[in-house]
Design a protein around this ligand. Structure first.
Ligand SMILES: Cc1ncc(COP(=O)(O)O)c(C=O)c1O
Length: 393
């Protein structure tokens, strides 16, 4: 469609919660093409979703095949793919039990309900969340999200959530009351500016949960499914949560979310206590099964670790040249570059130079390329970033 016509339709018929400027017609691997045939290097992967690159042939084939076989049967019936996918995820994490949903927010919503249900028999309901957190836009996940910009105008927020500074173990410990049921955190905060939790913080969080009998909940919607070089980012820390949520990379673009609970809490959400019409359809689970197949067959985790190191090293080089770069952080291919100035212009200018990047907060550029990225792609992206920063001076 003609881009002008598309814009007109967009402006007339869509609720204006987004303000997109570009549109793409076609995607393959790390590249996207617009209507004029211009090729872009995609270091956003649909905000950490298309981790295997756009339209990975194995995932596409699995979707096509399943779409022609059985799309949906409701969870009133067994579907062959859902328990298979649960086994695959459990086998690569902490052998828990899974509930399937459709998005990150829905996965977190379910995980929070799990904590509430667990707490309800113990007289506890409160969830301690982190400053700078992001857990989604539904009402419960918004109540667990710190950012005022997202919260404003949706008051009153759901009761039972409170916030402590991220990576402050003492503040976390001090915040626990006899009403506290759970601690909820992102092992690497994404939207909040790409801040990894410290080893000490995660270890102390687990210790506090053990000592005070609380649940430790990890939101791995963004940092999970290989993004940091492990299946889930908590695996960097040698600490196991009581429950973890995942979504984005799970279907490589096909909508699917999930939360996994430790098998010792496997019956907290009993029959009829939670549900989702579209959660874990044969189609969604087939896409996710193909994702795991590719992760294993193509050595995606080790590529992520290697390429993450390559990207970081290149960024360190850039920071020697450009003193406006204040910090480079993250794990694997979830990388934040903090500047001493707002980064929106960098994001726009990179897009104009055919490199797509993200911001995370005002001063941080976030790089989330597909985990299939090559050293050549990274060098190309670094060259564009170098020029964009140079031009800005
Ligand atoms: C850590 C985290 N949790 C939850 C969400 C919400 O996911 P969704 O947009 O799929 O509802 C996001 C989305 O960016 C996220 O980064």
């Amino acid at each position: 469609m003609d881009p002008e016509k598309l814009k007109e339709l967009q402006n007339r018929f869509l609720v204006p919660t987004y303000a997109p400027e570009l549109s793409f017609q076609y995607g393959k691997g790390i590249h996207l093409w617009d209507a004029s045939g211009r090729r872009y290097l995609d270091f956003t992967a649909g905000i950490g979703v298309c981790n295997l690159g756009h339209c990975h042939p194995v995932v596409t084939e699995a979707i096509q095949k399943q779409a022609a076989t059985l799309v949906h049967v409701s969870n009133l019936y067994m579907n062959e793919k859902q328990p298979q996918l649960a086994e695959v995820i459990a086998g690569r994490t902490f052998s828990g039990r899974l509930f399937f949903a459709n998005s990150g927010a829905e996965a977190n919503e379910g995980m929070i309900k799990f904590a509430r249900r667990w707490g309800s028999t113990r007289g506890k309901y409160e969830v301690i969340c982190m400053n700078n957190s992001f857990h989604g836009r539904t009402l419960a996940t918004l109540a667990a999200t710190d950012k005022p910009k997202f919260r404003e105008g949706f008051e009153p927020h759901m009761d039972g959530f409170k916030f402590v500074p991220f990576n402050d173990a003492q503040a976390l410990e001090d915040a626990v009351t006899d009403k506290t049921a759970a601690i909820l955190l992102e092992p690497i905060q994404g939207e909040g500016g790409v801040h990894p939790a410290t080893n000490e913080f995660i270890t102390r969080a687990r210790q506090v949960c053990n000592a005070k009998q609380l649940l430790l909940l990890f939101d791995e919607v963004q940092c999970g499914i290989g993004r940091t070089g492990y299946y889930l980012a908590y695996q960097h820390y040698g600490v196991t949560p009581d429950a973890v949520s995942m979504a984005k990379g799970l279907g490589n673009g096909f909508p699917i979310g999930a939360f996994e609970v430790d098998s010792k809490w496997g019956d907290v959400l009993g029959q009829g206590s939670h549900a989702s019409t579209f959660g874990g359809t044969p189609l969604a689970c087939s896409a996710a099964l193909a994702v795991f197949e590719v992760i294993e067959q193509e050595g995606i985790l080790s590529n992520c670790q290697k390429m993450g190191a390559h990207l970081k090293a290149g960024l360190v080089q850039l920071s020697r040249k450009h003193t406006c770069i204040r910090d480079i952080r993250g794990r694997g291919l979830m990388i934040g570059v903090e500047f001493d100035c707002p980064v929106l212009e960098f994001v726009k200018k990179s897009a104009a130079a055919a490199l797509l990047i993200l911001s995370a907060g005002e001063n941080v550029i976030r790089l989330l390329p597909p985990l299939t990225v090559t050293a050549r792609d990274i060098d190309e992206a670094l060259k564009i970033l170098d020029d964009v920063i140079e031009e800005h001076k």
